[in-house]
Design a protein. Sequence first.
Length: 407
Amino acid sequence: MARRKSKKLTVMLPAWVVVIIVIASIAFYFFYLKDHIGSDTDKNGNNGNFSAATPAGFENLPEGGNGNNGNFSAATPAGFENLPEGGNGNLNIYFLDVGQGDCMIIKFPDNKTMIIDSGNVSSSNKQKIKQFTDLLNITVFDYLLLTHADADHVGNFDYVFENYEVKKVFRPNVLSTHANAANLNEGINVGFSKAQGGTEATSKIYCDFLLGLQNEEGCEDVVFNKDSDFGGTYTEGGRDYEYTFDFLTPVAEITDIKYKNANDYSPIVSLTYNGTVILLTGDAESVMENEFLNGYKNNYPDCDLIKIGHHGAETSSKQEFLSAVKPEYAVIQCGVTTSYKHPRQLILDRLQAMQTSVYRTDTNGDIAVSVSYADDYKFSSDKIYCVKSDMTENYIGGDTVYNNSHS
Ligand SMILES: [Zn+2]
């Protein structure tokens, strides 16, 4: 119908009218439109950095994210104002204050991204993850590590799978016995039953994690052991700066990994960059610490900073383990709570006796660590960012505060 109509119109117009319309259109373009298009182009500046929606007066504003400061919006966590931007040569680790639980986000020197654990399920913890990913412009996680199946670690990973692209997952060899596990494809629900010597995860939230993984298109799925290491390189001025993420435990073959205690599935990991060694431990307890001690006899990484195991509980951070790795700085992810009484006084006393500086998410809030490719000096407290309360308070245990005996 439309074609017939236009044909009819063309036939009705005399040829001289068509010629005049064409000439008028060309004149209109040269004398009016061209100028206006030109002036918009000038407004945009010479690098095309800003779109036409740039607010007036912002023409010379440096782009956010590439400098040391302008990185964060108004929602910048207190104490992070001078934190160097992660990536582009900097290794940044963010220990999110998720209360009782673990959640870390890492921006590697080559701009790859990682999330380790996700805290207890709660809307405020989801909001916390969103706050940081917004600040860091993260929409994709190159790596996701679930250390073990407990609720205070796996809690918000269904949200992560729903809202971010996840490219590679490292997960423990833990069997789900939740009813919804019937919906898991073959090869997803691995691990050993209790009768076989493993630890079963009964929770829906762990099963939801496995379902999220199953539905994540193109995601590489790795059940971790000591061979799951990865790394990357940042190149600047013709020099290569490498980082490594080494799974030191579990040392068993993947198909043989089983522990009686759910926490002991947590891997002990060393993250190394430009001479700095950071140890991550999940909730590993003494069984896993012993596996580490036996597996790396007299060849222990001399660690600059450790994420203390199991929120500072007494079942982790045995003296032999701490003496082997000699941490100079420690981060404890824990909440203000009367029930768990984390961290325990005994562990804080051990750390204080070793002159290890302790940072805690319950007293310091969000904590970040930044290691630069350019630094050739030792790791020190000026690479740790947080709101600093009186740090001496950080050596007072939850059990002391709540006046309870050790257990
Ligand atoms: Zn935990």
